[in-house]
Write a protein that binds this ligand. Structure first.
Ligand SMILES: [Fe+2]
Length: 297
């Protein structure tokens, strides 16, 4: 793969407002251009009571309220990847506030894999056409006057992208806080060695780059946190910091991943998120259903 060149600009400091979802330990963000009212939403969350099959929008509504109360204009809805542990609320927010929905162009690989797992028919398009923009490595876009770019960071999934907006990078599931380490790399299309290489790309950004996590689980009982820096991760990340080698990382990651249970919401999350956050189409009776593949994951 040819490496893209990344137009890093540390002179711009966007306003970042975080929204923590305690049900899934996800952090969603509103990122605002300091020079205008333009903003982007990163990795929003739609609630689900899976046992009851009930969808809720409290978390997304809090973001919508914030955007409306501050008179902001939503220009982008960004997904760092196809999440396996929560459902995206991007189409819901988009239906209220507009904006373009973007994800990495390798979404097609994820759609192909899980289209088969869920035995989706031919009406499930596997070309990423459910999204408005498919980012390639190094692609740039604008949030008002803010310049942003996407950095291809596969390993956790094949479609992961880190989005860098001024001096702030939204790392998705490439990295956790220094005391949380890194995300698993054992989903279909995931790979620990590839994740290590992607993490090195993130750590090659300037030391003072702010990093915003997609998840935090408050290891060892500490309060939830979501912001750190490249310098902090390089020095202290328990999985990749202070010069840990690729071999050490891969061995550790593979052993750890073999012990992990499937995320509680993986089955509904994948079915919804591979459709850009839309629920499966209504059947003839006008009802929507999610499938559970028996021994399929
Ligand atoms: Fe993830």
């Amino acid at each position: 793969m040819t490496e893209a060149t990344y137009p890093v600009d540390m002179s711009v400091t966007p306003d970042v407002k975080a929204f923590f979802d305690p049900a899934t330990n996800t952090i969603s963000y509103v990122v605002k251009d300091p020079g205008s009212k333009a903003c982007a939403v990163i990795d929003s969350v739609m609630g689900i009571d899976y046992a009851a099959g009930r969808i809720t929008y409290d978390h997304a509504d809090a973001m919508i309220d914030y955007i409306e109360q501050n008179g902001l204009k939503l220009e982008w809805l960004i997904e760092t990847h196809v999440h396996a542990d929560h459902l995206s609320a991007a189409p819901y927010i988009q239906s209220k506030l507009g904006g373009k929905l973007g994800i990495g162009d390798k979404i097609t690989v994820v759609q192909d894999t899980f289209g088969k797992v869920f035995n989706e028919g031919t009406d499930f398009q596997r070309d990423g056409s459910q999204f408005d923009r498919l980012f390639q490595d190094g692609d740039t876009y604008e949030i008002g006057g803010l310049k942003a770019f996407a950095m291809y960071t596969p390993g956790h999934t094949p479609a992961c992208m880190v989005h860098v907006i001024g001096d702030a990078a939204f790392v998705g599931d490439t990295l956790f806080m220094p005391d949380g380490g890194s995300a698993r790399a054992d989903f279909p299309g995931g790979d620990a060695a590839t994740l290590y290489d992607s993490i090195q790309k993130v750590l090659s950004l300037p030391d003072s780059m702010r990093l915003f996590m997609c998840h935090d689980y408050g290891p060892n009982g500490r309060d939830i946190k979501w912001e750190t820096t490249v310098g902090e991760e390089k020095a202290h990340n328990i999985h990749v910091g202070s010069g840990k080698t690729k071999e050490e990382f891969v061995k550790f990651r593979q052993e750890r991943d073999a012990q992990l249970d499937m995320p509680k919401l993986i089955i509904p999350s994948l079915q919804v998120n591979m459709r850009a956050g839309k629920l499966p189409k209504e059947d003839k009776s006008g009802k929507r259903f999610l499938k559970v593949p028996v021994n399929g994951l």
